[in-house]
Design a binder for this molecule. Structure first.
Ligand code: HPA
Ligand SMILES: [Zn+2]
Length: 332
């Protein structure tokens, strides 16, 4: 089955570029930039990837990415991820970046965007992987800071197609960010939102009704509200689920307790993604393998999940159809 998963064409729709920093590259960049990581070795850093909740992960994630400084660093970070993704038969990736994490340490928006974008361009020409960029606001910071970030990003608008909302969910509901999402929608951006990871189902409803989110990132806590599940199924709102992330951040104690299969059975448009792969123990194929093993998924289930990933993307209908046509059509 691992071979089947490896060969399956797929899209990745929930991936934070800052969260793709492997410890080896972190140490390389720290050396180059004459900076210190809070670890003495790659092994020690990897051993610290043992989290009690979302916040304990975020503290480490923000500290680690401080070694990514120049346009070349952002380029290398992004191209390294794309090579890995291409090797796993990811045909298309929609990638988050968190500009506030970097502008707060005086890195210009242009440095961030140009470094990432140059790698995305080379990913297309050298690796054949298509991609889009989504600017994600940090919800632990103010709505004013988010609006300022949208304004700073205006000169680079051709480089990203949408906006999202991530970071510490509890206590930071989508309702706090209505104004900036209204402005982004008026400017023609797609809208997605992390909701229902650690936060309650009401945050998913707010993301849909107040921010007009087209996709919900995570969304797993929708299962606590049967009416919401009915709505998400009826409207076929995509949910970008990240199984290994959910277990590592203790949203579910074990993979067997994850509700992914129940979500599929409820008719939800579920996709499988890696979120922050080195931190959570795997890229997209390891996520597919973990759920296949936990729920004994069939080849048809896996094909359905891969098909959902193309359907839920922001590609054109024609582009989606081209990718869907590459999927195996049937299996035992
Ligand atoms: O899964 C996540 N949730 C919230 N914020 C994040 N920032 C990176 N990954 C995540
Ligand atoms: Zn995420």
């Amino acid at each position: 089955m691992d071979e089947f998963i490896a060969r399956l064409p797929k899209a990745e729709l929930h991936l934070h570029i800052e969260g793709t920093l492997e410890p080896e590259l972190a140490f390389q960049l720290a050396d180059k930039n004459r900076m210190k990581l809070p670890f003495t070795s790659v092994e020690e850093m990897r051993a610290a990837f043992n989290f009690s909740d979302l916040q304990s992960f975020l503290d480490l994630y923000y500290a680690s990415v401080s070694v990514v400084c120049s346009e070349e660093d952002f380029y290398e970070l992004t191209l390294t991820y794309l090579k890995k993704a291409a090797s796993q038969n990811v045909k298309h990736a929609e990638i988050f970046f968190d500009p506030q994490t970097h502008t707060a340490r005086d890195i210009p928006m242009g440095t961030i965007v140009h470094g990432i974008s140059a790698a995305l361009k080379d990913g297309q020409s050298q690796l054949g992987i298509s991609s889009k960029l989504i600017l994600s606001f940090l919800r632990h910071l103010s709505a004013e800071s988010a609006m300022e970030t949208l304004e700073q990003a205006a000169p680079f608008r051709d480089h990203f197609i949408g906006v999202g909302l991530d970071s510490s969910e509890l206590g930071h509901p989508p309702s706090q960010f209505v104004k900036v999402f209204d402005a982004a929608r008026q400017q023609g951006y797609h809208v997605v939102c992390h909701a229902g990871e650690e936060g309650p189902p009401e945050y998913i409803t707010e993301a849909l009704d107040l921010l007009h989110a087209e996709r919900i990132d995570h969304g797993v806590r929708c299962m606590e509200d049967p009416e919401l599940v009915k709505r998400l199924a009826a409207e076929q709102i995509p949910l970008t689920v990240c199984p290994l992330s959910n277990v590592r951040l203790r949203v579910f104690k074990t993979m067997k307790e994850h509700t992914l299969k129940q979500m599929m059975d409820a008719g939800l448009l579920v996709t499988v993604n890696s979120d922050d792969p080195p931190y959570f123990g795997g890229y997209v194929n390891e996520n597919f393998a973990a759920i296949q093993d936990a729920f004994d998924l069939s080849q048809n289930d896996l094909i359905k999940l891969a098909r959902n990933s193309f359907e839920a993307s922001f590609l054109t209908d024609k582009e989606k159809q081209t990718l869907i046509a590459e999927l195996p059509t049937t299996s035992v």
